[in-house]
Design a protein around this ligand. Sequence first.
Ligand code: PGA
Length: 260
Amino acid sequence: MRKPIMAANWKMNKTSMEAVKFMQELANLIDNDNNDVEVVVCPPFTALRSLSTMIDIDKLNVKLGAQNMHWEPSGAYTGEISALMLNDLRVDYVIIGHSERRQYFLETDEIINKKVHAVMDNGMRVIMCVGESLEQREAGQTQGHIINQVNNGLAGVTREQLTDVVIAYEPIWAIGTGRSATPDDANEVCRLIRDRVSALYDQTCAEDIRVLYGGSVSPANVNDLMTQPDIDGGLVGGASLEPKSYSELITGAMKVCQRS
Ligand code: PGA
């Protein structure tokens, strides 16, 4: 049974004080003994320290994620953050290859692959994002594009390392637009990703890997998305910024556990 994940990607939102306030409110809304869903909060780098301390002191059942990192261990890379620095803050997950990084910061599949390796080499887990643009979807290029992104992103990743990889399917046209993919369409691409993992590794790996959907996930559509057989949770931007709606998404992800 794959354990669902409900990951909050806050992007460039919230000061560390706001992050702490959010976490206090969230803690009152969710069951801290929940063992069914992995709750992963990915704040900006500047809030990682305060949330890490809070999670530790209050024994919160929440994992910490970062939104990006550099692949080199240290050096002259002004403005960058290394795996060692994140590990030091007890970060569990690192989002790699988000479409905003690909689009605005020109991250290529090659860069993403280096980062994927650096995350795992430092004992953390990866949420690797893939997704097609609207033009690619309309031109019927979704499948080929996703297959390429998965092949290139996972290049050199061993079968053993794959247990530390989560793949998030995020169609670019659905991100922040309020226009989510339909549950069937989202599931179809998540299935495709699983089939690709089967081709690259084997069927057991394909059945074990967690594949998330992201792109305008909200309390209104979370149930329909999460009950799809190949969707193991969500990577959520806008709807994760308020404790109430995020807590509803976590409850929605619990539905994944109830599917047969
Ligand atoms: P959204 O963002 O939920 O605001 O569409 C998702 C993401 O970019 O991860």
